[in-house]
Design a protein around this ligand. Structure first.
Ligand SMILES: NC(=O)c1ccc[n+]([C@@H]2O[C@H](COP(=O)([O-])OP(=O)(O)OC[C@H]3O[C@@H](n4cnc5c(N)ncnc54)[C@H](OP(=O)(O)O)[C@@H]3O)[C@@H](O)[C@H]2O)c1
Length: 316
């Protein structure tokens, strides 16, 4: 891959897209392009095709999606299904029609069946039913994986899908109404520390096990897929290591300097007992994450402190 290859990062202002942009810049890539959703609504098929014709990107990295938690998925199932399919269909189909040879599609571990064996292997895709709370989003993502697979099969183009585990890091969403567990905990412990080390109340028993990957490591995986022609159509991206939610809370408590008590509200649901990705396919190719969880939480907390004023205004 030449450093002046024209690379379009869809969703370049999001947590993942911005990490990919930063990483590519650091590696010397000089011809990156991005558009905000205001400048280019990816739901608009004609606009996407026009954009490709004018800008002529040589590679597309799709980090654009309508993302949200259980509540949002539950309240807006149609939008989660349809908008995600529209975004990715327009990006993928227009790329094929525009003669773009390389496309990296980002999905999520929710594409795998709810009761699939752990750790989750790529071949478990479509072997059983999905988790009902986010099946709308998951089905959209599965169609994106399948579209890229079909293009590989029929047109022999390098269209590949990467499925990340839970991601966290700089530019994360710290809005307690819609954030994921790790940034939500950072915010709760920080605020409790400033509130005279008051108790932090967390949902469930603390026993479920989860895996977390720092977003810059995700970006490195995307760069790996960019610089190498991966032999298969689908790859899990994660650390291959998990920990209990209780251990996660204790790590965040230590990093934030909170000295109060953690109270587990056992009346609240725990969710799936374990969710861990099998990442042996990427490991066998030579990619491995670099940032361990504590380091990643420290970096994220530093970013949180530096940006607290900005996102307080925007997200609350
Ligand atoms: N965060 C995680 O834990 C996680 C885990 C696994 C997989 N992923 C995957 O990684 C990808 C990126 O996630 P993220 O966490 O970076 O999400 P994010 O921070 O919400 O960013 C999503 C981006 O998509 C863009 N977008 C949404 N709708 C659009 C539209 N109609 N037209 C143009 N752009 C649109 C947004 O652009 P604007 O900012 O310009 O509006 C935004 O920059 C998603 O596919 C997600 O499934 C994320």
């Amino acid at each position: 891959m030449n450093k002046d290859t024209k690379i379009y990062i869809a969703g370049h202002r999001g947590m993942v897209g911005s990490a990919v942009w930063r990483t590519l810049e650091k590696k010397g890539y000089t011809n990156l392009i991005g558009r905000s959703s205001k400048e280019l609504d990816l739901k608009n098929q004609e606009a996407v095709l026009d954009f490709y014709h004018i800008e002529k990107p040589e590679v597309v990295i799709d980090a654009a999606a309508k993302v949200g938690g259980i509540l949002a998925n539950n309240n807006f199932p149609y939008q989660f299904l349809m908008e995600n399919m529209q975004i990715q269909n327009n990006l993928i189909d227009s790329a094929l029609k525009s003669g773009i040879d390389k496309f990296i599609f980002l999905g999520s571990s929710c594409i795998y069946p709810k009761f699939a064996p752990q750790p989750l292997k790529e071949e478990y895709l479509l072997t059983d039913s999905l988790e009902p709370t986010n099946e709308w989003y998951a089905i959209a993502k599965i169609t994106g994986v399948k579209a890229c697979q079909a293009i590989r099969k029929q047109f022999q183009k390098d269209y590949v899908s990467l499925m990340p585990t839970n991601l966290y890091g700089t530019h994360d969403n710290f809005d307690l109404k819609s954030s994921h567990v790790l940034p939500a905990m950072i915010r709760k412990f920080h605020e409790a520390k400033n509130n005279n080390h008051s108790d932090v109340v967390l949902w469930g028993s603390g026993t479920p096990m989860r895996e977390f990957l720092f977003v810059d490591d995700m970006a490195e995986a995307v760069v790996y897929a960019l610089e190498n022609k991966l032999p298969e159509y689908l790859y899990n991206i994660g650390t291959g290591e998990d920990l209990t939610i209780k251990e996660l809370a204790e790590t965040i408590q230590e990093v934030t300097g909170h000295q109060g008590t953690i109270v587990w509200d056992a009346d609240k649901p725990d969710g799936t007992p374990r969710k861990l990705m099998d990442i042996s396919k990427m490991h066998n190719l030579g990619w491995k994450h670099k940032v361990d969880l504590k380091q990643g939480i420290e970096k994220t907390y530093t970013w949180f402190l530096e940006n607290i004023e900005n996102f307080k205004e925007v997200k609350l």
